[in-house]
Design a protein around this ligand. Structure first.
Ligand SMILES: Cc1ncc(COP(=O)(O)O)c(C=O)c1O
Length: 434
């Protein structure tokens, strides 16, 4: 136990103060996945010792020296004029680097002229939605479950949001086809939050749907930079560059605080998207754009990503193994890529009670109930493992197992009181929809 405390202090979760003992660190971190507008549990979670809520990556891995050195190099060489107003859709050098990089690692088919530099996937999606809305597209489909903040943002723009279920192959395109939508936001590379990788059949169906309705697929490629399986999965954009806008950022690979991302846009949307970006903020910070372009050009970005992939794979393997051992009544799913997995709970578990039980053990996890929009939720919690060391992940899994055990005991005594035999609690393996 003392060891666990020492580890928590070393990782900044706890602070040890002379005279006042050990207290939970006040990190002041804002996690968009659980924006207080969407989740009223933020305050309660502050007391958790191990925070497994998804969101930022391991910020200690930010390549500070490479970034500092490259910034100095750029400052020495950048022309004064480059520090003035530059094209709001991004500096040419970065758009060139990104179009070559995304072609190489994601199979994306594009030219620098079709790349718009933005402040992150969030701005990319928001601008696209605004462009679509202005063009008369008022119905947009999203995955259910999906990021609740995104659904809320769409609502604010006056868009009607259609919830489309997700099964083991990804978004169910047959259901999408029954909506009046001509635009859809999807996470095919690693569905948020289920972690499903969209199947080849579904990818084909999705682009055929877009052709049929003269529509647009917004591909949110937010975390596929970390794929752990041997099988590489390209972007849907590669199948249909005229129908898919791919949105990505360095929020997982470097740091969300940089606010740096991109949209690879179908050619006939480029002009409107550039205008929307100009209207919004007149462009993204120029120095950071030059630095990222240089890091990609020199191969430093690739090396950084390769190092991180090993770093996170170890954490992923640790948490998956530990959860299988410690929480046999739940099923860890969707961990082929990214920095989170979905822990599915048995259907009769009240998710909120499990989140509270985990919290009582000092572990914060994120429930999925608010992610389904109008569709019925399935009990499950999202576990972000990127910011936690393997040692603490083992500890977290033990505590999550203890939380499940407490709930199981309560259920057994309830059943005994009611004179029933408690059925073994396991999540069903036949998932129709997540
Ligand atoms: C589904 C999804 N899309 C996009 C993002 C990233 O947004 P941004 O690039 O604006 O930081 C996140 C962040 O965690 C996310 O969960």
């Amino acid at each position: 136990m003392v060891d666990a405390y020492a580890q928590l202090i070393a990782e900044g979760f706890l602070v040890s103060r002379k005279g006042s003992g050990t207290v939970v660190a006040e990190t002041g971190v804002y996690l968009p996945d659980h924006d207080p507008e969407v989740h009223d549990t933020v305050e309660r979670h502050r007391t958790s010792e191990i925070d497994l809520r998804p969101g930022p990556p391991d910020l200690a891995t930010f390549p500070r020296s490479a970034w500092a050195k490259t910034t100095r190099d750029i400052l020495r060489s950048v022309a004064d004029a480059e520090l003035g107003y530059t094209p709001p859709w991004g500096v040419g050098g970065l758009r060139e680097q990104l179009s070559a990089y995304l072609a190489r690692v994601r199979g994306v088919m594009t030219k620098p002229a079709s790349v718009v530099v933005v402040t992150g996937a969030t701005q990319g999606i928001t601008l696209l939605v605004r462009v679509l809305y202005a063009a008369g597209v008022g119905d947009i489909a999203v995955e259910a479950p999906s990021n609740p903040v995104q659904r809320q943002v769409l609502g604010r723009y006056g868009v009607r949001v259609w919830d489309v279920p997700v099964d083991r192959e990804g978004m169910v395109v047959d259901v999408l086809a029954r909506t009046p939508c001509r635009a859809v936001i999807v996470t095919p590379g690693h569905q948020y939050p289920s972690g499903v990788v969209m199947s080849a059949t579904r990818r084909g169906a999705l682009t055929r749907w877009a052709d049929r309705v003269d529509g647009l697929v917004i591909e949110d490629d937010y975390d596929t930079v970390f794929r752990y399986d041997k099988m590489q999965v390209g972007a849907v954009q590669a199948l249909s560059p005229a129908r898919v806008a791919l949105v990505g950022s360095v929020s997982k690979s470097l740091a969300p605080g940089l606010r740096l991302g991109w949209v690879v846009c179908p050619p006939d949307l480029v002009s409107d998207l550039r205008t929307a970006k100009r209207d919004d903020d007149f462009g993204t910070g120029v120095l950071e754009q030059h630095v990222l372009a240089r890091l990609i050009d020199t191969g430093e970005y690739d090396r950084h990503v390769r190092r991180l992939r090993r770093h996170y794979r170890k954490r992923r393997d640790t948490i998956v193994e530990a959860l299988e051992r410690e929480v046999p009544t739940a099923a860890a799913e969707g961990y082929a890529a990214g920095l989170h997995l979905l822990l599915r709970l048995p259907d009769d578990v009240v998710e909120e009670e499990y989140v509270a039980a985990a919290e009582a053990q000092g572990v914060a996890v994120l429930g999925t109930a608010s992610m389904y929009g109008t569709l019925p939720p399935r009990p499950g919690v999202v576990i972000g493992y990127g910011r936690t060391s393997p040692t603490m992940l083992e500890e977290a899994a033990r505590r999550l197992g203890a939380a499940a055990e407490v709930m199981g005991q309560e259920q057994r005594s309830r059943s005994a009181r009611e004179g029933q035999l408690a059925a073994p609690r396991r999540p069903s393996t036949a998932v129709d929809y997540f």
